[in-house]
Every structure is written in C-alpha cells, then in structure tokens.
Ligand binder design. Structure first.
Ligand SMILES: NC(=O)c1ccc[n+]([C@@H]2O[C@H](COP(=O)([O-])OP(=O)(O)OC[C@H]3O[C@@H](n4cnc5c(N)ncnc54)[C@H](O)[C@@H]3O)[C@@H](O)[C@H]2O)c1
Ligand SMILES: [Zn+2]
Ligand SMILES: [Zn+2]
Length: 361
C-alpha cells in the first residue's frame, strides 16, 4: 500500500516552504521506505529553496535524518524492517572508476530511489540530496540506509547524515588533520563547528575558530577550539598568522562557501599547507588569485563533498565515539521543532541563532 504523508516542500525559487500531502510509493527493487524520526535543518536545504543548487523544483527538503526502516523492496538484503538507520547521500555503487580503484568515498554513481515521490496532483518531487526527509516516511535506495546502534537518539544520530559528518570529515578525511597540527576553521555553523570538533578529535594542538558571530565562537570553544577570532572585528588572515607564530595554519577549512572567505583560507595557511573548501558556493561565484601564489605557496587546495566519508565505515564508528562520550553530537542540537517550523528555522539560521534546528517526528 503506497503511503500518503505530510512533507515540507519548496515549490519555487525563494518561496516560503509549505507542508504538503505527498504520495510515497511502496519500495521497489533495491529501495526502502523509512519512518523518519528526526531530521536536522542544514544550510544546503536553504540553498535548494533559494535556487542555488539547481532549478528542479518542487523540492522535498530535508536530508540529515535518522529513522526506522518500515518496508523494503525486492532483493534488498542489507537492511530489514525495524532496523535503526541514518540516511546517507553516498550509497556507493561498487562499480564506477572510483569504487574499482578502492576509493568509494569518491563514488561517481551513488544510488537513489528510482521511483519518485509525488504531490497529490502527481507532480514528481526532487528530494534534497536524493533523500527528502522532512516527511513522515521517505523512499530511498536501500544503500542510503546505514544501520547504527539504536541507543543513540535520532536527534543526535541524524546529524551525521550530512552537516556534522561533512565537517568532521573535512578535517579528518579531506584535510588529513593529525596530532600536533594547527587548524583554522572559517565559518563555525553546524558544519564548521563539526570541523572544529573533528580537528580536536584528531589531536590538533591549535584549533582556531573564525566567525562573524560571537555566539558561534562560544559554541566552537565547547567543541574544542583553542582560540577564537571574530572576523567582523579583525583581519582573520593576520589573526591566524599571529596565532601560529607568523606562519599560518597547517590546515584551513572554509565552511561558509564564499569567495572572500575562500581567499582568507588561501592566505591563512602555512606554506605547503592545505585548504579544504566544504562550504558550498553558488553558481555565479568566481575567484581570482595570483597564479604565482597558487604555485609558490605549494601544498594542496581541496574540496570536500560530505567530508569524503564512507557512511558504512564512518557512521557506526562516530556513533561509538558518541556513546563513549568522546563525540559531542548533542551540542549541535540547538532546538527540536515540528514539521511546520522549517521556514522559521531558516530564519533562525539566517539570524545565526542556531547550530541545528532538528525536526522531530
Ligand atoms: N560539502 C558538503 O558536503 C556540505 C555538507 C553540508 C553543508 N555544506 C555547506 O556548508 C556551509 C555551511 O553550512 P552550515 O549548515 O554550517 O550553515 P550555517 O548557516 O549554520 O553556518 C554558516 C556560518 O558561517 C558564518 N559566516 C557567514 N559569513 C561569514 C564570513 N564572511 N566570515 C566568517 N564566517 C561567516 C555564519 O555566522 C555561520 O556561523 C553551507 O554552504 C552548506 O551548504 C556542505
Ligand atoms: Zn562507485
Ligand atoms: Zn546538508
């Protein structure tokens, strides 16, 4: 029996989101229907509704979620009804050129459900990042469900489904932060805060949090920042250099997604250092840099999709660290809200009042 449920839909560019009736088909071969229990509000949801990702409206928003598998389609063996899962947007294919070379975190052919969820009039919905989880039940590819320990509450576990994983992974996987490193993180929202926490977890001895909002800097300290810089008051490049003996940081993580903050990251790193871009720019943004500086400063300029994570490897490991009290996922949950409150949550995100508003169903 297909399901008729309520979901949060962005109908057009810049339009306020609305709660709509959505038809969710029974899972077909390789698919699963999941009862969503919690889903965080990520800045990428706002990018979708602003038309910053693509024009495939209407979008079913939400993509940072945990829940319980309700039903699976033919041939699904990796999960079964009743399993507690985090939804991921990297269901690796195992066959593309990245997977075949043993680098599945770069998989170029990740799986999503093949059937579409629709509005009541039959209009197909584009689920955000192939998930769409501001909804009571969602249809995904079975590989998008990663089983984890049910003792971790869904409000915390769901955050690993996007922003917190992206931030931790930007530091640990993409940036390769290790013991004794100096790290600066520019933009300390949900993603940047998690990058701070990831750098701390990996043993960085200097973790410099940069933001234009003192509230974010106070939270960053709770996640392990050793120093904070309010870049609306001082030049962050100079400040980071000063805090690192004049050299710049080994790894600088940009978690805003803007040309000016990327430029800061570029000049705030040490010679042969690494810049990691985890913030998502919009299509019109460009940057100009002296090619001689790109060459002369050496090192690596990387970008980080989903923290270069492998969900099957990283989610259960991070849930273990959470259960041992070594990973502070609860610290990212600023408030829990209902399905009808997503528009207000965007406004709070915009005003900088929250790290994560988490929809609880
Ligand atoms: N690469 C990925 O896989 C991935 C995954 C999730 C989110 N993202 C992206 O990461 C970015 C951050 O997402 P979020 O959910 O943490 O958003 P957020 O709104 O919670 O955080 C953004 C932070 O940047 C700060 N900021 C804004 N302008 C700044 C400036 N000029 N200098 C310094 N700080 C500034 C804000 O005060 C805020 O704290 C977004 O672009 C989002 O789309 C990327
Ligand atoms: Zn692949
Ligand atoms: Zn996200």
């Amino acid at each position: 029996m297909p399901y008729t449920v309520q979901g949060v839909v962005a109908r057009g560019k810049g339009e306020a989101v609305s709660l709509e009736t959505v038809h969710v088909p029974d899972p077909g071969p390789g698919e699963a229907v999941v009862n969503v229990q919690a889903c965080g509000v990520c800045h990428t949801d706002l990018h979708y509704r602003e038309g910053g990702i693509n024009d495939e409206f209407p979008f079913l928003l939400g993509h940072e979620a945990a829940g319980v598998v309700e039903a699976v389609g033919e041939g699904v063996t990796e999960v079964a009804p009743g399993d507690y899962v985090i939804l991921n947007w990297r269901a690796v294919c195992g066959q593309c050129r990245a997977c075949r070379r043993g680098r599945p975190w770069y998989c170029f052919n990740t799986h999503n459900a093949t059937q579409r969820m629709t509005l009541e009039d039959g209009t197909p919905l584009s689920p955000a990042l192939g998930i769409g989880a501001f909804i009571e039940k969602t249809l995904v590819a079975a590989g998008q469900c990663t089983k984890v320990d049910p003792e971790a509450p869904p409000t915390a576990a769901g955050l690993l489904g996007c922003g917190v994983m992206a931030g931790i992974g930007a530091a640990v996987n993409t940036g390769g932060v290790t013991r004794g490193d100096s790290v600066a993180v520019i933009g300390c929202g949900g993603v940047g805060g998690a990058a701070v926490h990831g750098a701390w977890l990996a043993g960085a001895t200097k973790v410099i949090a940069v933001d234009i909002d003192d509230r974010k800097l106070a939270w960053a300290k709770e996640f392990g920042a050793t120093h904070t810089v309010n870049s609306s008051q001082v030049d962050p490049v100079e400040a980071i250099r000063e805090l690192t003996g004049g050299d710049g940081a080994d790894v600088v993580i940009e978690a805003v997604g803007r040309p000016e903050t990327y430029r800061q990251a570029f000049y705030a790193r040490d010679l042969a250092g690494t810049v990691v871009l985890v913030g998502v720019p919009t299509p019109e943004m460009t940057i100009e840099l002296p090619l001689l500086d790109v060459f002369g400063r050496g090192g690596a300029l990387k970008s980080s999709w989903y923290g270069d994570c492998l969900p099957s490897r990283d989610f259960p490991m991070l849930i273990d660290l959470y259960r041992q009290g070594r990973l502070n996922l609860d610290g990212f949950v600023s408030e829990t809200i209902g399905l009808g409150d997503v528009e207000e949550a965007f406004a709070k995100m915009h005003r900088g009042e929250v790290l994560r508003s988490v929809v609880v169903l």
